[in-house]
Design a protein around this ligand. Structure first.
Ligand SMILES: [Fe+2]
Ligand SMILES: [Fe+2]
Length: 298
């Protein structure tokens, strides 16, 4: 199995990433202007990323309704990011527990935990600032996460982490550049994209290292596990209650969102980099393909 990325020495990678963190890291409590007014005429996120963009319902909605919906959607996305970061921090801390603390690898993993800590506070504060509910995943998935968090390790842990980070990244790269979007969403996205680039590099190489030489049975296990996590992250991204909370008919909105071809195409196009990587390391195949199809990544 050849990974589609160059996997360098673990210590070398960690050393490079540590140097990069020292050069450029952000404290969102200082960098984001939390007191800045929330303009009435800006979207919560890039409208083309709305689950209703391109539907008949979207065309019927007023500008205010579109803005309100995208604010709820932005809060849902960042609250799911926050939930996943908490799981990720647990995984990283468990992973370094028994390793040499003098190694650059452990020191970068701890630096990543510190980044995620700041990100989680930042996401929480952004949702609060937009005056949105604290969404998080569906309660059943939230409960599953608690159980699964205890087992989460190995190649699929890093693969799922990377997948979740890439999924968030593909949206936030659009949000940060978009002048139609709320300044708070843009700044938060920019900070996240910049710091996550290191995490994605770290996780990608770990996946490459840990999957190399895996037996057939282990590969099947890692495939399925990764796909299940990606499936739940994608399914959780937008909570169904955003529609009612934005004042829309929840049944109609959910039905139109479910069949929204524009959204499916956007996810597939933006997710192609992630899927290419997963495929390159052998993590796409068998029943896992069906799960990726169901969340429109394939
Ligand atoms: Fe993060
Ligand atoms: Fe991260």
């Amino acid at each position: 199995m050849t990974a589609s990325i160059v996997v360098s020495d673990r210590e070398e990678t960690a050393q490079r990433l540590l140097a990069s963190s020292a050069r450029k890291s952000y404290d969102p409590m200082v960098e984001v202007d939390w007191e800045a007014p929330i303009p009435d005429d800006k979207f919560g996120l890039t409208p083309e990323w709305s689950t209703l963009y391109g539907t008949a319902l979207w065309d019927e909605m007023t500008e205010e309704q579109k803005i309100e919906l995208t604010k709820h959607e932005a809060a849902s996305v960042s609250s799911v990011g926050l939930w996943f970061e908490i799981l990720l921090m647990q995984m990283l801390l468990r992973d370094v527990y028994g390793r040499d603390k003098h190694s650059r690898h452990v020191q970068f993993a701890l630096t990543e935990v510190a980044d995620e800590c700041r990100h989680s506070v930042m996401f929480a504060r952004a949702g609060e600032r937009l005056n949105m509910p604290s969404y998080g995943p569906h309660p059943a998935i939230h409960k599953l996460g608690r159980i699964w968090g205890g087992f989460f390790r190995g190649a699929n842990a890093y693969a799922s982490v990377m997948a979740a980070e890439e999924i968030l990244d593909m949206m936030q790269r659009d949000f940060m550049k978009d002048e139609r979007v709320q300044p708070v969403t843009r700044t938060v996205s920019k900070i996240h994209v910049l710091e996550e680039a290191r995490h994605i590099r770290f996780a990608r190489e770990e996946v490459g290292r840990r999957i190399e030489g895996a037996s057939w049975a282990r590969l099947q296990f890692e495939r399925l596990n990764t796909a299940v996590v990606v499936y739940f992250v994608m399914k959780s991204m937008i909570r169904k209650d955003v529609y009612a909370n934005a004042g829309l008919d929840p049944e109609r909105a959910a039905a139109e969102a479910k069949n929204n071809q524009h959204y499916k195409d956007t996810v597939r196009t933006s997710g192609s980099k992630l899927m290419q990587f997963l495929d390159g390391v052998g993590l796409v195949g068998g029943p896992s393909k069906r799960l990726y199809k169901r969340v429109h990544l394939l």
